[in-house]
Write a protein that binds this ligand. Structure first.
Ligand SMILES: [Zn+2]
Length: 357
């Protein structure tokens, strides 16, 4: 049950050996979820025992007699209509009448905003939805019986949680919007069959590890954190790739080019420029193009050049031609054509109209 409690390791007592305290600390970091939604559900489903928000004289609360009488969750202190149960209720469940003052201190220890959030609410339905069952645990959004848990399962969940936390914040929202997962994000580089240099760029991009002006300034390599292109805003990844006014005109040209080729007025939201289009699905041809575009922009920043769209097309065509040459030599022309798909068609239909920037 301790694993379900919202405990503070420092308050677990000195009788616990250091190793177990370390385990508890790790578990806390892995499992803790701040009460961010101020709902009746979240307050009433908090376990009273070892709760860092509910203390008497700076000590955790665990009273066996109240526990045996049915006090596990904060919600147990209330009846189904959201009124505080009187002390007599606990006496009727077997608690000694001499425990009146302890019960009063407990009510006093419950945070005021929790009580006012629960008071008068219909708890009958809430209680049926209680998240915690002491025999089960929630891992990766799945409820798993503790008896069937094994270390590899927990290890995988920890690695996944760690991996999620390194994903750049500018991609997290986009991932959610597309209903894609972290796996899709990592697999994209594999699906696109890009070379090592661009693959390295891609992983740095998704993990927010690119050497932007902001980062270079922070580590003392440059004297300014301003954008290479506009020289007036802080150069973050988001600014560099979508927010900078110079980059915005680059993407406008890209959309024009795309429109001429596809003859369809499809919108390309900024999140798709950053993440890619429907990354959880095939085909992904345009994602190859979007990735090359971002790599091109990054290269321009590196060389201190303005990103000119016509130069990007030249760059893209040279990439295409080199790949085509290699594919021809290896008898893989069909596969190469498929990989470039719609982008290849863009070249065909826009050979002449591409204007200079
Ligand atoms: Zn800028």
């Amino acid at each position: 049950m301790l694993f379900h409690c919202d405990y503070d390791v420092k308050c677990l007592g000195t009788a616990i050996p250091a190793y177990y305290l370390h385990v508890m600390e790790c578990w806390k970091r892995f499992h803790s979820k701040e009460i961010s939604d101020l709902t009746v559900q979240s307050f009433s489903s908090c376990i009273v025992r070892n709760n860092r928000h509910i203390r008497i004289d700076k000590k955790n609360i665990f009273w066996e007699d109240f526990y045996k009488a049915g006090l596990i969750y904060v919600g147990d202190l209330f009846d189904s209509k959201g009124s505080l149960k009187g002390f007599q209720y606990w006496v009727s469940k077997g608690v000694s009448p001499s425990r009146l003052f302890q019960w009063m201190s407990l009510i006093d220890a419950i945070p005021r905003n929790w009580i006012s959030a629960i008071k008068g609410k219909d708890l009958a339905s809430v209680k049926r939805n209680l998240k915690f069952d002491v025999t089960k645990i929630c891992i990766d959004m799945n409820i798993i019986s503790i008896s069937s848990l094994y270390s590899k399962r927990i290890y995988t969940a920890i690695v996944r949680k760690k991996a999620t936390s390194v994903i750049a914040s500018y991609l997290v929202e986009a991932l959610e919007k597309q209903g894609a997962t972290l796996e899709h994000l990592y697999l994209l580089a594999h699906k696109l069959k890009i070379d090592m240099k661009i693959r390295e760029f891609y992983y740095k991009f998704i993990c927010n590890r690119l050497a932007t002006g902001e980062w270079l300034y922070k580590v003392g390599i440059t004297d300014s954190n301003l954008c290479t292109f506009c020289n007036c805003e802080k150069e973050t990844v988001k600014h560099l790739f979508i927010e900078c006014h110079i980059i915005k005109s680059f993407w406008e040209k890209y959309l024009e080019w795309r429109l001429i080729a596809s003859k369809k007025l499809e919108d390309l939201p900024l999140v798709n420029i950053m993440l890619g289009i429907n990354i959880s699905e095939l085909p992904v041809e345009e994602n190859l193009c979007l990735l090359y575009a971002k790599y091109f922009i990054y290269g321009c920043k590196y060389r201190n050049e303005k990103p000119i769209f016509s130069n990007f097309i030249k760059y893209l065509e040279s990439k295409h031609d080199v790949e085509k040459y290699i594919a021809e030599k290896n008898n893989q022309l069909e596969e190469q054509k498929k990989r470039w798909g719609c982008v290849f068609k863009y070249f065909e239909s826009t050979k002449t109209p591409v204007s200079s920037s």
